[in-house]
Design a protein around this ligand. Structure first.
Ligand code: HEC
Ligand code: HEC
Ligand code: HEC
Ligand code: HEC
Ligand code: HEC
Length: 272
């Protein structure tokens, strides 16, 4: 009963959020940055359609969150007094993105790539792009992008080291989504997987194969525990289904019996 109420509340919240979405989208549409830049030709207008396909757009991170400025005032939008910081120089990009991605910045700065910043090393935009940034996947590690500055061998070694755990995480996400569809409360487990996923994807930025291999062991333990919990939920579900079936069968049987008894009693009574 309790869980049904919880489900109803979830549904209600879901609809409330859905109903709220268009107004958020409208609010994002209305910034003067989007209105003015959207109509500009060439490189001034180009960021707008690219950004629309980005993970940042999907999470409400808009022009002013990266570049600063006042998104409500046409005349003063790009005034430094309103916090406009403009376009960062290449070497300043890690700090620019790292205002929000603090953990990634730390791992990056400590890495061979971060150490080579300003001396031929890649920075965030080299690998992720600038305006059409999408969810990070292992596809970012590929021969075209990773052999521009050095041979692909070391990059590939890193990819191999990361890929096992990556597949494990994707599998768990799929399992949890399935349990969620069956109406189970998977919030806590999904939250744990989500933060492990982020922590693990961050690890790449150390570009340190030894470190990745060592940490992979630690992650495997944590993820293994979640795997066990999911297996337990599954077998519990199976048991419940089994007992549900047994009880249904017993009920049907009881119904039949009472019908027969009733009938034969009536026949006996009628026979008198
Ligand atoms: C009324 C039109 C208009 C509005 C509103 C506007 N921009 Fe611009 N923006 C421009 C023009 C024109 C340029 C190029 C000339 C210049 O730099 O002033 C530009 C340049 C830029 C640049 C590149 C600057 C550089 O140093 O190369 C960025 C980044 C930028 N705008 C971001 C924003 C953001 C963020 C907002 C909202 C807070 C915004 N703009 C609002 C018209 C606009
Ligand atoms: C996730 C952060 C981020 C967001 C969001 C973002 N930008 Fe940028 N933008 C950058 C970075 C970083 C650069 C520098 C790119 C480079 O050096 O490759 C840049 C460069 C620019 C430039 C200079 C021209 C160019 O393409 O290099 C303009 C103009 C600009 N952005 C406008 C915008 C507008 C308009 C929006 C909103 C639709 C926006 N940006 C959203 C990070 C962002
Ligand atoms: C050499 C290429 C490269 C550079 C440089 C780089 N990244 Fe990444 N980034 C990746 C790859 C590859 C992944 C995905 C790793 C995986 O799937 O395990 C990733 C994952 C991420 C993620 C997702 C992980 C999480 O915590 O959610 C974020 C955010 C991110 N990068 C931001 C940045 C920022 C900010 C910078 C600059 C400080 C940066 N990256 C520099 C290649 C790069
Ligand atoms: C104003 C804060 C902010 C800034 C600045 C910012 N981001 Fe993000 N970024 C976010 C948020 C919020 C998300 C979506 C939530 C999440 O997945 O972490 C995100 C998501 C991402 C992801 C996908 C993460 C994943 O889980 O796969 C990448 C990659 C990324 N950002 C890279 C960058 C890069 C590169 C820059 C600089 C050009 C940058 N971000 C600047 C806030 C920011
Ligand atoms: C813009 C140039 C550039 C690009 C692009 C680049 N790297 Fe690097 N990479 C460097 C530099 C510079 C170093 C440090 C000097 C060295 O070891 O060669 C380095 C070092 C490395 C190392 C060795 C780290 C260590 O501690 O020994 C690995 C692994 C690596 N990169 C992986 C990658 C991967 C994976 C990609 C693609 C996602 C990539 N690199 C893309 C420039 C680049």
């Amino acid at each position: 009963m309790k869980s049904r109420t919880a489900t109803l509340i979830h549904l209600l919240l879901f609809w409330l959020i859905l109903a709220g979405l268009p107004s958020f989208a409208a609010a994002a549409e209305e910034t003067v940055c989007l209105q003015c830049h959207g109509g500009q030709p060439g490189p001034l207008g180009a960021p707008v359609p690219l950004w629309r396909e980005s993970v940042h757009q999907a999470n409400g991170v808009s022009c002013q969150h990266c570049h600063g400025g006042d998104p409500t005032d046409f005349a003063m939008a790009m005034s430094p007094e309103r916090g406009f910081i403009g376009v960062p120089a290449a070497d300043d990009i890690p700090a620019f993105c790292g205002r929000c991605h603090v953990g990634v910045l730390d791992d990056y700065l400590a890495s061979a790539h971060g150490q080579a910043l300003g001396a031929g090393g890649p920075q965030c935009v080299t690998c992720h792009g600038n305006h059409r940034i999408t969810r990070a996947t292992l596809d970012l590690i590929n021969p075209q992008d990773c052999s521009r500055c050095h041979e692909y061998g070391r990059a590939d070694e890193l990819r191999q080291a990361v890929s096992g755990t990556d597949a494990l995480i994707i599998g768990l996400e799929r399992d949890l989504a399935e349990l969620h569809r069956l109406g189970l409360d998977t919030e806590r487990l999904s939250g744990t997987v989500f933060s492990l996923r982020n922590e693990f994807h961050r690890l790449f930025h150390s570009v340190d194969v030894e470190k990745v291999r060592f940490k992979t062991g630690v992650f495997a333990q944590d993820l293994g525990k979640i795997e066990e919990e999911i297996a337990a939920i599954r077998s519990d579900l199976g048991q419940r289904k089994l007992w549900g079936g047994v009880i249904m069968a017993l009920l049907v049987l009881a119904g039949l019996c009472s019908l027969l008894i009733h009938k034969s009693y009536k026949e006996e009574a009628g026979g008198d």
